[in-house]
Design a protein around this ligand. Sequence first.
Ligand code: CAA
Length: 282
Amino acid sequence: MKRVTVIGGGTMGNGIAHVCAQGGLDVTLVDLDADALERGLQTIRKNLERQAKKGRIEASEVEATLGRIRGETDVATGVAQADLVVEAVPEKAELKYSLFRTLDEAAPESAILASNTSSISITEIAARTNRPERVIGMHFMNPVPVMQLVEVIRGLATSDETTEAVMALSRDLGKTPVEVNDFPGFVSNRVLMPMINEAVFALMEGVAEPEAIDTVMKLGMNHPMGPLTLADLIGLDTCLNILEVLHRELGDDRYRPSPLLRKYVAAGWLGRKSGRGFYTYD
Ligand code: CAA
């Protein structure tokens, strides 16, 4: 695989473009919104400069990596030459379904279509295309340039060949891929989200203040950040969307989103990206 197109210039999309370009691939980053695309490209520059400043990469690698990324605002043009497309648009099922129909029409027949979805069924996304055997989940973790894992999700029809190609590419990017099957929330969010949700219930019920809840989990369980800080990093709207999928599709009350989480999302308190969540940010 030489040419990768990433759809969506947000937190996950620009991180995926960053690591693919760093891995030597030619990358097209697509966002329909020219301002969002520009912000995504600027974020990649900022994160590469941070890596260079910390001595993680050579200074010359910053421009070389950026030179392998081009921006594009039209999906069909952006995927016309792609060997692999990685979709990273917001977690809305209908949006992903319609995008995959477009990708199926516009991308070369041999291209693999991957989704970075954190909870939507790969099997259902694949069913919207005429190439379900070449549709797969490629779930990166935030912050993408730092986190080691890629959760590789096989839909019901995903072929061995597609899975092997995506596992190999993930390794080439310096990541550790783990293969899982297509069930709601896969493994990562099926295990992570109940913990975050329980922390929000604990806050709602007055068990402890946010800092106390996070400190217990950081120092007591050696987590790099507490669950409420992590929820702010992921985005409270994303956490709520994932919990709703788990609750609806696994049908168990233990996945019921906390009313306090719903209230924060309704208020527009979405975490770091909106400047306020369980904590406030400059
Ligand atoms: N790009 C490049 N480098 C970055 C970066 C970015 N966006 N963000 C942080 N870094 C680098 C820093 O430069 C630093 O590098 P060095 O080790 O070379 O110094 C390193 O990462 C650590 O960063 P900091 O020192 O600033 O801060 P930290 O030690 O507190 O680490 C963290 C930050 C890596 C985010 C750490 O707190 C952590 O691992 N948190 C948990 C993150 C996590 O669980 N992510 C998964 C979320 S779930 C998900 O994404 C999936 C989903 O579907 C919801």
